[in-house]
Ligand binder design. Structure first.
Ligand SMILES: [Zn+2]
Length: 641
C-alpha cells in the first residue's frame, strides 16, 4: 500500500494503468484452446473445501491466524460503515488504518477480514469464523440499503469525488476493491448469497461512477492506487455471467502501464510495486474471462521480468515499496524497507494463474520459494503480521499491533495464513498435479479419490503420497520435481524404484490404475548453494533446497517497541543503521560447500566459515526475534555496474 504522503511520487511516475483469481475454482472459466492446446484443458485448483492440512507447521500457523481473526469483534469492524451510512454505533472503533479518521478505513474491516474468514471457513471448516463473516455481511448489507445508492464504504462518497477533482485523498478504490473481493469470497467460499447481491450493487455503482468521466479524466483518476478493481469486476462477470462487469473492468485499465508490458519492455522503474502487481492479476483474470491473449502476454512477461530481474533470493521484490532501479540492478538496495509482504502475496496469486495456463513447474518452484521464505515466518505467535521484510544485515522482524495498526499487510497476511491449502494440488481432467510438499489430504469426491500426503518437509527431503481410495480407472498423478533438487532424486511406487525420474524443474507423470493402499515415495535431495544479488556479484545469499538460510546475528533489542508497532506506522521508531554484511572467506564463484556446512539436515542447522568468525545459520522462516542477515559479502569485491 502506498504511503499517503508519497502519492506525489506515484503521480510523477509512469501514467498508471491497470487488473483475478482469488483461488476459488468456481471463478475459472473454460477458455477456448490456444494454439498450444492450453486452456480448454487448463489446470485448475481444487475447491478449498477438498483439501485439509495435516499435522505440521502450516496447520499450526493456520490455527494461530484463526485465533487472531476470532479476537476481532463484528460491531467494532462495522463501526465506521455504520457511521458513514447514518446508522448509530456505540462500538469502540479499531485504530491505525481502521481509525475513524483514516482515509483507508474499511479496507480490513469490511474487506480483508471477510476474505480471510471466508477462506478459513472453506479451508478448515471453521464455523465460528463463518458465522462472524455472515454477521458482518448482514451489517454491511444494512449499511448499503440505508445509503440507498448501491454505494458502500466506511467513508463518504465525497472521497471518490476528490479523485475526479484532483484533491488529495489516499486511495478510495483500493479500499472499495477489498470490500468487493471480501463479499465475493463470502459468496463463493462460504455460500452467502446476500454478499453477492451487495457486491453486484457495488460493481454497478463503480461502473456508473467511472463511466461518467471522459477517458482523459479517468486516466488521471487511475494514477491513484486502486488495488485490483479490474480483477474483482472480471471475477464478478465470471460469477454472474453478466457482461456489463467486463465493461466496468475496462474502465480500470491504464494503457500507459499495460502497453510497454505488452511490448515486452520493462518500464517498471519508479513504480510502486504493490500498486501495480494487482493490476496484472486483473489482466490475468481478464484473459481468463475474455480469452483476449494480449492480457495473457502482459501477465506472463510481467511475472517473468519481476522474478528474473527484480526479485531478491527469498522470493519477493521492492525497495522502499518501489522498483527504484533499472532491471538486474539491486546493488545498494538492502535496507529495512525491503519486500513489502503484500507484494509476495500478490506475486503468488499471479503465479497460480500463469501456472494454470502453462503447467510449467518454474511457477510452482517460485511459489514455493516465496511461501517458505517470505510468507512462512512473517506471523508471530500472537497472529500479528510483518509489513516490510528487512534485508540489510543486523535487523529483525517487526509486527503490527492487534488493534492499532491494520496495515494492508495485516490484511493480505490474514488471507494468506487462511489459504495454505489452495495451491498444494491442481487438476486437469482427471489428472492430479502435486505442486507443494505440505502435509495434507485431498478428498476429490467427484472422482471418488482420496490422496494423503505425509511429509515433514523441509525437515524431510521428500514426501510420500498414499492412495486411500480410488476408482478402478487409469489416472495420471504429476509430481513436481523441483529445480533445486539433484540428479539423485528418486521415486518409488509401492517400494519399487522407478527407472527414471523427470529432470529437476519439471513434473514427473505417473500413470496407472491406482489402488487403495498404493504408496508413492519421492526423494528430493537438497544441497547448499549460493545466489548472487542481481547486479552485485560480490553479495550472495545462501540456500538449501528451496530454503533461504539466514545468519543468526544474536538477540534483537529487548525494547518491545522495536518488535510491535502500536500505530499505523510501518517501521519502528529510532531504527539503528544496518550492520555490515557478514563476510565469507570464499569468492563469488566458489562452490557454496567451501564455506557452508550442513550441521544437521533433519534439524536444518548450518554453519558458515566467515572472515574471523563462524556463523550459525537456520532457514529464514525459523528466525524469530533474532537479528539476522540473508546476504553475505563475498571475499572478492567484483561489483558490477
Ligand atoms: Zn502491504
Amino acid at each position: 500500500m502506498i504511503d499517503r504522503s508519497r502519492r506525489s511520487f506515484l503521480k510523477k511516475s509512469a501514467g498508471a494503468t491497470g487488473l483475478c483469481f482469488i483461488g476459488p475454482s468456481a471463478l475459472l472459466r473454460a477458455i477456448s484452446p490456444d494454439e498450444q492446446g492450453h486452456p480448454a484443458g487448463r489446470l485448475m485448483p481444487f475447491p478449498l473445501a477438498s483439501v485439509r492440512l495435516g499435522p505440521g507447521i502450516f496447520r499450526e500457523q493456520e490455527q494461530i491466524n484463526a485465533r487472531y481473526l476470532d479476537s476481532l469483534a463484528v460491531d467494532r469492524l462495522l463501526h465506521s460503515f455504520r457511521i458513514t451510512a447514518g446508522i448509530s454505533s456505540s462500538a469502540m472503533p479499531y485504530h491505525g488504518w481502521e481509525d475513524p479518521g483514516c482515509e483507508l478505513r474499511g479496507h480490513f474491516a469490511g474487506g480483508h477480514f471477510l476474505s480471510a474468514v471466508a477462506l478459513a471457513s472453506a479451508s478448515s471448516g471453521n464455523t465460528v469464523l463463518k458465522a462472524r463473516g455472515d454477521e458482518l455481511v448482514a451489517g454491511l448489507a444494512a449499511c448499503q440499503k440505508k445509503i440507498g445508492s448501491r454505494f458502500l464504504s466506511a467513508y463518504p462518497q465525497e472521497f471518490f469525488e476528490h479523485l475526479a477533482q484532483d484533491k488529495p485523498v489516499w486511495a478510495p478504490f483500493y479500499t472499495y476493491h477489498k470490500i468487493m473481493a471480501g463479499l465475493l469470497d463470502m459468496y463463493l467460499l462460504a455460500g452467502n448469497s446476500d454478499a453477492l447481491q451487495v457486491a453486484k450493487g457495488m460493481g454497478q455503482w463503480a461502473q456508473d461512477f467511472m463511466g461518467s468521466f471522459s477517458t482523459e479524466q479517468r486516466q488521471r483518476m487511475l494514477r491513484t492506487e486502486y488495488g485490483g478493481m479490474n480483477e474483482v469486476l472480471a471475477n464478478l462477470a465470471a460469477v454472474t455471467k453478466e457482461e456489463r462487469y467486463i465493461d466496468a473492468a475496462h474502465l480500470f485499465e491504464q494503457p500507459g502501464f499495460l502497453d510497454p508490458l505488452a511490448g515486452r519492455r520493462d518500464e517498471l522503474q519508479g513504480l510502486h510495486a504493490n500498486t501495480h502487481v494487482p493490476k496484472i492479476i486483473g489482466a490475468a483474470c481478464m484473459y481468463e474471462v475474455t480469452g483476449d491473449r494480449r492480457y495473457r502476454a502482459i501477465a506472463e512477461y510481467f511475472l517473468e521480468e519481476v522474478l528474473t530481474a527484480r526479485n531478491y533470493a527469498f522470493g519477493n521484490t521492492s525497495f522502499d515499496e518501489f522498483w527504484k532501479t533499472p532491471p538486474d540492478q539491486l546493488a545498494g538496495t538492502l535496507a529495512w524497507k525491503n519486500a513489502e509482504c503484500c507484494v509476495a502475496y500478490n506475486l503468488m496469486k499471479l503465479e497460480r494463474h500463469v501456472f494454470g495456463w502453462t503447467g510449467d513447474a518454474r511457477w510452482m518452484d517460485a511459489y514455493e520459494r516465496s511461501l517458505f521464505n517470505c510468507r512462512l515466518g512473517t506471523q508471530n505467535a500472537q497472529g500479528l503480521k510483518q509489513y516490510f521484510f528487512p534485508l540489510a544485515a543486523g535487523y529483525w522482524r517487526a509486527y503490527n499491533s492487534p488493534e492499532e495498526s491494520f496495515w494492508c499487510c495485516t490484511g493480505t497476511g490474514v488471507e494468506e495464513f487462511a489459504k495454505f491449502a489452495d495451491t498444494i494440488y491442481f487438476r486437469r481432467g482427471s489428472d492430479i498435479y502435486v505442486n507443494q510438499f505440505i502435509s495434507s489430504t485431498l478428498d476429490w469426491q467427484d472422482e471418488g479419490l482420496v490422496l494423503e500426503q505425509v511429509t515433514q518437509f523441509p525437515h524431510e527431503q521428500g514426501t510420500t503420497l498414499k492412495v486411500k481410495s480410488s476408482r478402478p480407472a487409469p489416472r495420471t498423478i504429476h509430481v513436481r520435481i523441483p529445480a533445486w533438487t539433484t540428479a539423485e532424486a528418486a521415486v518409488k511406487i509401492n517400494g519399487r524404484p522407478l527407472d527414471a525420474v523427470a529432470d529437476p524443474g519439471s513434473y514427473l507423470a505417473i500413470r496407472r490404475v491406482w489402488q487403495p493402499g498404493d504408496t508413492v515415495s519421492i526423494g528430493l535431495p537438497m544441497e547448499v548453494r549460493q545466489e548472487p544479488l542481481r547486479g552485485d556479484q560480490s553479495v550472495a545469499a545462501a540456500l538449501y533446497g528451496p530454503l533461504v538460510l539466514a545468519a543468526d546475528l544474536g538477540a534483537a533489542p529487548a525494547d518491545e517497541a522495536c518488535h510491535i508497532i502500536h500505530s499505523g506506522d510501518t517501521v519502528p521508531k529510532n531504527m539503528p543503521a544496518a550492520a555490515p554484511l557478514p563476510k565469507v572467506a570464499a569468492s563469488s564463484d566458489a562452490d557454496a560447500k567451501q564455506w557452508l556446512q550442513v550441521e544437521s539436515a533433519s534439524n536444518l542447522r548450518f554453519t558458515a566459515a566467515g572472515e574471523g568468525a563462524a556463523y550459525k545459520l537456520t532457514p529464514m522462516y525459523q528466525i524469530g526475534d533474532q537479528r539476522y542477515s540473508v546476504y553475505w559479502q563475498m571475499q572478492d569485491a567484483k561489483k558490477q555496474s
